[in-house]
Design a protein around this ligand. Structure first.
Ligand code: G3I
Length: 365
């Protein structure tokens, strides 16, 4: 009986304390935003976003205050943009662009070619290579064309290599592919050429995970970028996703060396999807403070490497508040709290670490 009476009384209080903490957090850091210092050193600081949350006041205000770039987490992917063959839906993407323009932010687009998470009509459509080639070319022309001049950079091709540096099998490459099966990166080259035709000003990126340090996958990406640059294929950059779980920092010791070799080719580097998932318990209790400090140290190291490398022109996290993150969903609740702001939009030690790095940075791009 007691519990029944107490619970409804306590819950609103917990919520309002959370809201107050969020507001306090917002006030504390407003004078020292990431964005302000990123602007000073000429770097883009971004977050993946979902326009469904723009109506939530702290989501919109923290985003606009702290970041000078946004990237739609999901709604510029095929499932939203072309939900049925030849039917295009730019509405949610347009909302992201409008938000960015209203707040003086840049927009990165994501993504136009990925072997997984495609709509069923496409993935199971049993198209011929000629049909797939036409479908892909039209999609790129329509989407890149629609956002020409408003999306400054695209993750054009996502996750095409496996951990050994081999090309993944996919509908685009060889199942059945767009007509270039077995010809290595020729299908990727074709896509870069089509996107460049659709918007010659847009910066075109290859984007992948676990290729931040030097390893077989990043070797393959490096070789492709080198080949493309030497033959005038319009590649402008490589996106390093940087999803880190369980403090597995195996890529960090060679991150600077990998960035340096890419920079030497004349391509830009963007950190595109940083998050550092830490153990949380299934009951949703907050992360342990020692883990938050370890997490902050990883954020510090990644930000330091990016700021020190002039070719690294963007530092982006995959979301910004622990309230909305793909990690708990992907890890079935075992990992979470991977972002710089907590669920109440209060800045975490990870936020302070990145702010410190930006504040102390001397290199101006
Ligand atoms: O939250 C709902 C849940 O309520 C529902 O029960 C469940 C049913 O499947 O879906 C949940 O939503 C999922 C959502 O992730 C949660 O964040 C969607 O199904 C799922 O499709 C969606 O996946 C997205 C994934 O790409 C596939 O498009 C993730 O949001 C998104 O973060 C992830 O992003 C990728 C990048 O594009 C490429 N690099 C890796 C990165 C992380 O996987």
């Amino acid at each position: 009986m007691r519990t029944r009476h107490v619970t409804p009384f306590i819950l609103p209080r917990v919520v309002s304390i959370g809201a107050i903490l969020g507001t306090l957090g917002a006030t504390v850091c407003s004078a020292q935003s990431l964005r302000k210092h990123a602007d000073r050193i000429g770097i883009l600081v971004g977050a993946a976003v979902n326009p469904a949350h723009f109506g939530e006041a702290p989501y919109a205000s923290v985003l606009a205050r702290e970041f000078n770039m946004v990237e739609p987490e999901n709604i510029m992917k095929w499932t939203t943009i072309e939900p049925a063959l030849g039917q295009f839906n730019f509405g949610p993407g347009d909302e992201v662009v409008a938000f960015a323009e209203a707040h003086g932010m840049k927009v990165r687009g994501h993504n136009l070619l990925w072997g997984i998470h495609n709509p069923a009509w496409l993935a199971s459509g049993h198209f011929t290579p000629d049909q797939l080639s036409k479908i892909l070319r039209d999609h790129i022309a329509k989407e890149v064309g629609h956002y020409a001049g408003r999306v400054f950079a695209w993750d054009l091709v996502n996750e095409a290599f496996d951990d050994h540096g081999a090309l993944r099998h996919s509908i685009w490459y060889d199942q059945p592919g767009i007509g270039l099966a077995g010809k290595g990166t020729a299908y990727i080259e074709q896509v870069f050429r089509w996107a460049h035709e659709a918007d010659p000003q847009a910066l075109l990126f290859y984007n992948d995970y676990d290729a931040e340090g030097i390893n077989p996958k990043s070797d393959a990406i490096y070789a492709m970028a080198k080949d493309f640059k030497s033959r005038g294929v319009p590649i402008d950059g490589v996106g390093l996703q940087m999803h880190i779980f369980n403090f597995n920092t195996r890529n960090l010791p060679t991150l600077a060396a990998n960035m340096a070799r890419l920079a030497a080719l004349g391509v830009k580097i963007h950190i595109t999807e940083l998050d550092v998932g830490i153990p949380v318990d299934a009951a949703g209790h907050p992360a342990n403070p020692a883990d938050l400090e370890k997490q902050a140290e990883i954020y510090r190291q990644v930000a330091t490497a990016c700021v020190a490398q002039l070719a690294c022109t963007a530092f982006q996290t995959w979301g910004f508040t622990d309230k909305y993150s793909w990690i708990p969903w992907a890890t079935k609740g075992k990992s979470g709290d991977g972002l710089p702001f907590d669920k109440n939009y209060a800045p975490k030690p990870a936020y302070r670490a990145v702010l410190d790095v930006f504040t102390q940075a001397k290199h101006v791009r």
